[in-house]
Design a protein around this ligand. Sequence first.
Ligand SMILES: *Cc1c(COP(=O)(O)O)cnc(C)c1O
Length: 369
Amino acid sequence: MSKQPPEQNDVDRWVRPDIRGLSAYHVPESGGLIKLDAMENPFSWPAELTDRWLERLRTAKINRYPDPHARHLVEALRQVFAVPEQVSVMLGNGSDELIQIIVQAVAGQNRVVLSVEPGFSMYRMISRFVGVDYVGVPLRKEDFSLDGDEMLRAMAQHEPAVVFIAYPNNPTGNLFDRDSLCRIIEAAPGLVVIDEAYHAFAATSMADVLTEYSNVLLLRTLSKQGLAGLRLGFLLGSGMWLSEFDKIRLPYNVNVLTQLSAEFALQHHQLFVQQTQQLCAEREELFAAMSDLAGLHVFPSRANFILFRTPPGQADAVDAGLRTRGVLIKNLHGSGALLEDCLRVTVGTAAENQVFLSALSQVLYQRGS
Ligand SMILES: *Cc1c(COP(=O)(O)O)cnc(C)c1O
């Protein structure tokens, strides 16, 4: 082939049609805006801690490949999160990578991945990339609770290899009913992955079912707690599952700097616990203030974000108005019938939340000005 730019014909011939039909995951430009769109922790570290972290990084051997099993880091995670001895741990370059590995491991003809809608979009996207059918079972319209009977019916029909459930759910923020989840686990023909990305904010966990059911895996991440830039997720479950998944994990998926930095951060886990508690308090204040705004429907949240519904037909204008006033949130309008007129705001610092609130009331009540 020539050194010219590729011909569209060649691209069309060789790239899978289902990939060409996708649109790329869109991350909006956030320059200069208050970033309340991606569930990041808004706090920085005390300067003294940053200094010690940088000191630690001096020891990083970046000329060497990382420890492929990240033994020190796994040990630190086991201690901080009290992982029982009989439960195995597998690390990912973010929990997104672990979702990808799980789906790759089960992929094949007539294989189905099942989750709820609205749910975390990566379950659907990764299933598409990997070439596995995805089934999304609608949550209840009023409160986004789990329709247990509908789930069981869909599972009987589609026999999913994996059911993904985020607990609390993203983008709705609620926790599903525990008994319904247990019924789903008992009825599932294959794996059930409980994704606790927002565990730190939820004050509860399904972790105890790990030792009760052999078909459950628990997914966690350090991203939402303050280390999104490191990309570290971890999967907990039976070694019989994890040792199979480990075969398709690329050998050095967690890099030297991430291993060192995450281990350092876990030695100072108390700081993250404090920041998390602070954000939970901010969430309650933000929820109360938003609930006072006439015309909004605000959904209760057990995570570090709040979903809300604008008056009919106004979500795009509210989103744009907030952006004009310097605040970036997530517009979910148009991403599924149940999310009509819905926006999602991440809980920020007290000052950021104030800017958001006053911008929001301006946009809602003084539109045109
Ligand atoms: C953010 C998020 C993830 C991905 O987290 P990373 O570890 O940053 O890849 C996984 N699951 C849910 C439900 C999330 O909201």
